[in-house]
Ligand binder design. Structure first.
Ligand SMILES: [Fe+2]
Length: 504
């Protein structure tokens, strides 16, 4: 039997603390001037190794990643299953799992647990129960799933905390210290429930230990990532998409977070193909787009991925505590600006209309990879340039049907911004754009309508938080913008009645 895989957080707490201190107000990567946004976009083997070394990992982890990165460099369209060199390196260094556990799909009675193994294996999750442990799985990780397995954990009590263990082929794998999850409250229950969100890690932000630690320790029940997260500018080289996910999965801060906080993710341009790319980009094919989508479905742990039967898109609607959560795919279906339904595609638009009508509330989180409003960069690469009529149809539908509690989230424009979107009816939508997870440079903090922009910050790592309180007769959401040291940069409480469009 091989030795256990290294547990970075346990082995290197002191180094991790140093990294976190370095990252206090911004980005750990800032300590190394090479590791900026441009470096993330280039993503050479040397740059990726430098990122890995930010966490001072054990020699065997460095050696493993060097081998994996080299294998993907030589075969930039390969899968993990295609490359025995990666499996052999993992076995040489005693790594039973290459990624995870990554929690997802939080419900009132469980979660799903994603793991990537080094070779085909049986993955089991154990949860303590009276008199022993409940067993979930095994689920097979196969060459077809690119050595990933998602184990559904179900039948637990609502709003309860559970530790868990993961077995690969019957052998326990070391987990980050305190790996545990809390089930959601029952959908109708009066509860306090908080969700973190943001966008634009751009690889480098995944090494900001202080930021990840703060997201994890502020009582958030889940994390929403709105794009440009782990993969950067890999175009159709799907092997390099996989390499970037391997790098993500070796970040101690990410490991600690993903093992405790269910994550929901959508892509934006850089983790789709490249800067401002969408649809089937130039020099790419339908098959390339399908291959990029397939990697996505194997490297995240979302409740669903677009039109599963047609293997198109990655949008989904789900329920998270007191919220309906709709995460749109604002890349896959784009055609040409100003064509009908050019932004979401006709199929996703029809789907969205039906799903909005089915939302039960009291709150609805509606996400777009790029900004809903046009005040920053004049709507560059977003709704205002591509498809204002579709945006208008969505907003009008929410007003006409008086769908209350809708919260618009977005990313892409680096910075942290709050934008009020006033409507002719007198109703005001609120957009929260937290494209600040990577603290990368971007457009000016304040846009074209400062009177409707109560917040504009750039140049620091910040995340968002939606704290719901449905114990009140008029439920509230408190939106916070939080720094890695825990200080609040912004706070706004809205009642559901304030967020309900008036009678027409
Ligand atoms: Fe970005």
């Amino acid at each position: 039997m091989k030795a256990s895989p290294p547990n970075l957080p346990r082995l290197f707490p002191a180094l991790l603390r140093i990294l976190m201190l370095q990252a206090g107000t911004g980005l750990a990567a800032a300590a190394s001037p090479r590791l900026d946004l441009n470096a993330a976009h280039r993503g050479t083997p040397e740059i990726d190794m430098e990122l890995l070394k930010l966490a001072s990992p054990p020699a065997e982890v460095q050696s493993f990643f060097a081998a994996a990165r080299e294998a993907f460099a030589e075969h930039p369209r390969a899968s993990f299953a295609d490359l025995p060199a990666i499996r052999e390196a993992a076995e040489r260094h005693g790594m039973a799992i290459l990624g995870g556990p990554l929690l997802g799909c939080l419900s009132q009675d469980g979660v799903r647990v994603w793991v990537r193994t080094a070779r085909p294996a049986q993955v089991t999750v154990l949860v303590p129960a009276a008199g022993g442990e409940r067993v979930f799985g095994p689920v097979a990780s196969t060459a077809e799933s690119d050595f990933t397995a998602v184990v559904p954990v179900t039948g637990l009590r609502p709003a309860a905390r559970y530790s868990y263990r993961v077995l690969v082929d019957g052998q326990p794998v070391p987990l980050p210290e305190g790996a545990a999850f809390a089930t959601a409250p029952e959908p109708g229950a009066a509860a306090r429930f908080s969700i973190a969100f943001g966008a634009d890690f751009h690889k480098t932000g995944l090494w900001n230990g202080a930021l990840l630690e703060r997201i994890r320790t502020r009582d958030n029940a889940a994390l929403l990532l709105l794009g440009d997260s782990a993969v950067d500018d890999r175009d159709a080289r799907v092997g390099l998409h996989r390499s970037d996910y391997q790098l993500r999965d070796l970040s101690p801060g990410w490991q600690a977070l993903a093992a405790r906080l269910p994550v929901y993710a959508t892509w934006d341009d850089h983790d789709y193909f490249n800067n401002d790319k969408s649809g089937v980009p130039p020099r790419a094919s339908d098959a390339d787009r399908a291959a990029v989508r397939k990697v996505w479905t194997q490297c995240w742990n979302n409740p669903a991925y677009g039109f599963a039967d047609r293997e198109e898109g990655i949008f989904f609607r789900t329920r998270v505590g007191p919220c309906d959560l709709i995460m749109l795919d604002t890349r896959f279906f784009r055609t040409a600006p100003r064509e009908p339904d050019s932004f979401l595609g006709a199929g996703q638009m029809r789907w969205l209309v039906d799903e909005l009508a089915a939302c039960r509330g009291p709150f609805v989180i509606l996400t777009s990879g790029t900004m809903w409003s046009d005040v920053i960069s004049r709507g560059k690469d977003s709704w205002g340039v591509w498809d204002p009529p579709a945006r208008e149809r969505i907003f009008s539908l929410i007003e006409e049907r008086r769908i209350g509690g809708v919260i618009l989230l977005s990313g892409d424009r680096h910075g942290a911004r709050v934008v009020r979107i006033p409507r002719r009816s007198g109703f005001v939508f609120h957009e929260f754009e937290l494209g600040s997870l990577g603290a990368h440079p971007g457009p000016a903090a304040m846009g074209a309508e400062p009177a409707n922009q109560p917040l504009g910050l750039t140049g620091e790592a910040l995340f968002g938080e939606l704290a719901f309180d449905t114990t009140l007769p008029d439920p509230t959401v408190t939106v916070r913008v939080v720094a890695p040291d825990g200080t609040l940069r912004y706070e706004l409480t809205l009642t559901r009645s304030q967020m309900t469009p008036p009678k027409g």
